[in-house]
Design a protein around this ligand. Sequence first.
Ligand SMILES: [Zn+2]
Length: 260
Amino acid sequence: MLLLAAATAYQYSFAQEAYEIGRFTIEFNSGANEEEQAIQDILIRDERLFELLAEIDDAIYLADGVQIIFAPWPDIARYAGWDVDIEPNAAHKDGVILISYGLIVDVINRFRKNGNFDDDNGFAEFDQKILPNIVETLLHEVGHALIYVNEMPTFDVGEEIIADQLAFFIMSELYEEEVLEPIIQNYTYIAAEQGAGMVSEDNSLHPGAGERAENLMCWIVGKWSFNDELESSEGLEECEYLYAKLMDEWHGRLAEWWRE
Ligand SMILES: [Zn+2]
């Protein structure tokens, strides 16, 4: 009954722009204001999300369709059953991934505030710095969707950690480190806003921003073997080990669902 009520509340879903990519559908609802509309236009024009979904659909078997909806925050909060007054976010519910334009606006503003976004160069800045963060959010939610549609287990690490790891695994297979750098920047900015020590002990919750930035940095360093960011070569060795372990685990965890 609750689900039905939520679905009815979300009357928005007859999207303005909808695209089918294999088992994914991606919908872009109208933004709530000019800035959100501009983001909607860029996301459609940029095409990197479409390419990413095509790659995933080629590589990984999905037992059911996954719907991805970009929409203004209040609609998403209502659909997910969340308080509309909390900060805009992304959500997964029953094979539906929802990402709010407000979350993207927040990322842009965070980069602006840190003097790292040149508005005169809008499209290129968005493509280089903001889009990777949207990709990471989308892939995290794809992790939740995979657990749901494929009934993938969470391997005793907790669903949120699994979703983060899967996001990194896919990104590291597809992209070079330049693409991942703005994601570390975003988490570092958030961690600075929130203050230190935002580390979550409860693995049913998202890891804190600082912990996410550290994990990501370590995997990146481990993959590309540069240690400028680390204080010692032991740190590099540790990260190389953790990266190799993660890759190993994920090839195993996904073995059942590779299309090849
Ligand atoms: Zn999550």
